[in-house]
Ligand binder design. Structure first.
Ligand code: ADP
Length: 190
């Protein structure tokens, strides 16, 4: 199986690039942000809980997120692989992911980390706010908090994969096609 963690700060382009990767490698796309938003739209219990965190730019608690992701993984029988987009976002989530992939007889192949500097992220998120309709994109304080949470809690997840020799850094600046090409190259080298 080819199991990819697509990593990067808010606005790095994970969603856009995921679509390209799914198409080329036939992977199952699991985006925790998309799953939370679908639940928010459907006003499920999970959605209401998630909303109370997402609207403030905070992370949804690990236990909730891990259980949700785990049940999504188990829904798929015999997939070619997964692309994890927006997960893991804490070291706790990363070790939980390792354990349950081990249980199902597989493992993470690589973490591809899209690197984009903070000033560019703010510009992209502001632009996205005009089209996404996402409340968490519209408010500069919420954006600042998401970037803060990323630096404090999520960026350390890189070390987790670095220690396993699975970390690959990808320059996230350039055209969408250029970045896709960099990702394809990194995967084809595995
Ligand atoms: P972005 O990458 O633009 O921040 P996402 O769509 O990945 O957006 O996530 C939106 C929000 O959903 C996050 O700010 C966070 O509140 C919540 N979320 C997504 N993934 C996770 C996760 N793995 N753990 C905790 N919260 C998460």
């Amino acid at each position: 199986m080819l199991n990819i963690v697509l990593f990067g700060p808010p606005g790095a382009g994970k969603g856009t690039q995921s679509e390209r990767l799914i198409e080329k490698y036939g992977l199952v796309h699991l985006s925790t942000g998309d799953i939370f938003r679908a639940n928010m739209k459907g006003e499920t219990e999970l959605g209401l809980l998630a909303k109370s965190y997402i609207d403030k730019g905070q992370l949804v608690p690990d236990e909730v997120t891990i259980n949700m992701l785990r049940s999504e993984v188990l829904k798929h029988h015999d997939p070619k692989g997964f692309i994890f987009d927006g997960f893991p976002r804490t070291n706790n989530q990363a070790s939980a992911l390792d354990s349950f992939l081990t249980e199902t007889g597989t493992e993470i192949s690589v973490m591809l980390a899209l690197e984009v500097e903070e000033s560019e992220l703010k510009v992209r998120l502001k632009k996205r706010a005009e089209v996404s309709g996402r409340a968490d994109d519209a408010n500069p304080e919420v954006i600042a908090n998401r970037i803060h949470v990323y630096n404090a809690e999520t960026a350390p997840v890189k070390d987790f994969y670095q220690e396993q020799g699975k970390f690959v850094s990808i320059d996230g600046i350039g055209s969408i096609d250029e970045i896709t090409h960099r990702l394809f190259e990194a995967i084809d080298k595995l």
